[in-house]
Design a protein around this ligand. Sequence first.
Ligand code: NAD
Ligand code: IPM
Ligand code: MN
Length: 366
Amino acid sequence: MPGDGIGKEVVAVGERVLDAVSEISSFSYDGEPFDIGSDRYLRTGELLTDEDVSRLGKKDAVYFGAIGDPRIKPGVLEQGILLKMRAVFDQYINLRPVSSWFPLVPLKREVPFDIHFLRENTEDFYMGAGGTFGAGSPSASVRVRRGMYDVDIDLKGSSTGGDDFAFEIGLLSRRGVERFADYAFGYAAARGDEKVTLVDKANVCTHIYGMQREIFEQKSKEHGIGLEFMFVDAMAMAMIVRPETFGTVAVPNLFGDILTDLGAQLQGGLGMGASGNINPGGLSMFEPIHGSAPDIAGRGKANPMAAVLAAQMLLESLGHREEGAILRGAVRSCLDRGRTTPDLGGSLTTAEVGEEIRSIVLGGKR
Ligand code: NAD
Ligand code: IPM
Ligand code: MN
């Protein structure tokens, strides 16, 4: 599902690389392209349709590029395609690794780090639960429909102080937090981490993040894994001064979006940040964390490494760990030899980096 802008360019590379992987290993795939994104929307008005959902539901995994188009009002494609896909397939974990790819790390100290962000991916301020009310119409109702539940909220405003309001509700459900916590502690145990770091703003958003803290404390005891709390503002600072002190980090949806762009820059830039939208028992989707980058689209400048690292995560999720490691090694080899796009100081195009990675996979280069 290449989507828009540089999504198309980097997914084309990802496909070439996956083809190479399938030539050298037992991995094989039968990719079906999905025409989803701004062009189709402008042509037909369709975003992610019921038919798309039912076709996707039969797949083993989704490989996604990016959506976003300056011709379309912000939110239409994002909510109608990407957030809808995460919600419909209940991909409640967004796994975003942040690794020290020296010498790309822009920090003064050369300390290795390997943070695995687990961003909650279906709740919080991402549910589209909001509206407007005011002097003219003093009440508002919000309907939230998600894979997991439906909620109706009515705000009967008798007095609005004569002003108009817009609001966006951050909602957490007990079930949603419990499964998030179970996944986080299970993940930490599998990685051999002694603790989970939970990032929040429980000193301000006391209702949602207060409940989240209680549930994480309970789950920490159940799993026998430690728990550390960090406020999100302090976390942003700590990622710069002591990234090596974090392992498994659980973060609610909105803060996770922000911190992982910071995390991408710690790895060299948005062109290095990969992610998996995971439904542990269902269909998962793998994508770079960057967007459609209209400022560089169509010019062969996009770094395809994030998309290749997303393909690595896709392979690993399907049980092809060795093949995943080959892709990671190929990216490392390109970095070591300066065979990169301009964002990382090189002079190759998107497609040239792809061919370089491909030939390493095929054994043509070291
Ligand atoms: P962006 O991630 O598209 O770009 C931010 C900056 O990083 C730009 O200067 C861009 O040139 C650069 N950049 C991004 N990826 C790069 C790469 N692979 N190689 C080199 N440089 C890269 O974010 P934005 O500009 O805020 O958003 C553009 C559109 O993308 C918006 O419509 C937004 O909603 C959408 N978006 C989509 C996704 C997604 O599909 N997952 C993610 C983020 C943003
Ligand atoms: C991301 C993106 C999306 C998000 C947008 C495009 C909806 O920024 O994948 O990080 O906020 O999750
Ligand atoms: Mn983002």
